[in-house]
Design a protein around this ligand. Structure first.
Ligand SMILES: O=C(O)CCC(=O)C(=O)O
Length: 275
């Protein structure tokens, strides 16, 4: 840390300690019985797209509100909006309360031009960052490559566990170009960013995650030790969120095994599968 004060930017918030100790304990208790999925990048029912190699995602994930399965392609308006955001479990109460505070902060503090009409945080990607256990060795998988979040409007992220070195880089910049902003995302922190500068001109990435306390966060996962959990909240227009039963037949085939896996421990997905 340089101690240098950054100029105020109405489209960016970083707040350490946003999640209270009590809320943090509730989140950890909610995580304990969760069964995240370790998805494959492409459909397992047909060959991967030309020139692409089938592979598992780097980390297990869970989605709330709606699930964007990697094999269906992520929500990306205007070219991919239908049949990719599949209705999923609602936010648990503890996250719902934090989301209400975040939405209020955005509505009051962000310029109206960067907050779409009807914007509300109805989607959450839960990322588990840690080490894969391979033949008795730990392989660090706690990073996220450069990308954009295409969902419209501000996105908010809550972090728990070890701190992560989060960076914004200019689109199309050379790999060795200096990042536009580096922000350590600490335990119990909130980050929000919106508007064309942060969401369109820049890409973001998680360069690395500390491993100082040898954390082993819940849930306990076979072959994986989690040291950081990140919740990224986004907005998918409600009319683009479809129940599993209303996916096109091909997409339903692609994700049926995942939904069946989720249905083993989730009443929500058991009922979605039965419809
Ligand atoms: O883990 C994080 O802090 C960031 C995750 C992320 O970039 C994303 O979910 O789009």
């Amino acid at each position: 840390m340089t101690g240098r004060r950054l100029p105020h930017d109405p489209c960016y918030v970083y707040e350490p300690g946003f999640i209270s100790e009590a809320a943090n304990a509730e989140i950890l208790a909610w995580l304990a019985p969760l069964h995240p999925l370790w998805e494959m990048r492409f459909s397992t029912k047909r060959p991967p797209p030309q020139g692409k190699q089938q592979r598992p995602l780097l980390r297990p994930v869970y989605w709330l509100g709606n699930w964007q399965f990697a094999c269906l392609g992520y929500y990306e308006p205007p070219r991919r909006v239908l049949g990719v955001a599949v209705q999923a479990e609602p936010f648990p109460a503890v996250l719902g309360k934090l989301v209400a505070q975040i939405e209020q902060r955005v509505q009051q503090g962000f310029p109206p031009r960067v907050v779409p009409r009807r914007w509300h945080l109805n989607t959450c990607l839960v990322n588990f960052h840690g080490d894969r256990l391979e033949e008795g060795r730990e392989v660090d998988a706690a990073r996220v490559g450069e990308h954009r979040d295409f969902e419209p409007g501000p996105v908010a992220s809550l972090s728990i566990g070890e701190r992560a070195r989060f960076q914004f880089v200019r689109r199309g910049a050379r790999p060795d170009a200096a990042p536009v902003r580096t922000q350590w995302l600490e335990d119990r922190s909130l980050q929000i960013f919106g508007g064309p500068h942060w969401k369109d001109d820049l890409l973001h990435r998680v360069q690395r995650v500390d491993d100082k306390a040898r954390l082993d966060l819940p849930p306990s996962l076979a072959g994986f030790r989690t040291r950081r959990v990140n919740f990224t909240f986004r907005y998918v227009p409600d009319e683009h969120v479809v129940p599993y039963a209303r996916l096109p037949a091909g997409a339903r085939d692609d994700v049926r095994d995942y939904v069946a896996e989720l249905a083993k421990t989730s009443a929500f997905f058991a009922s979605a599968l039965a419809d």
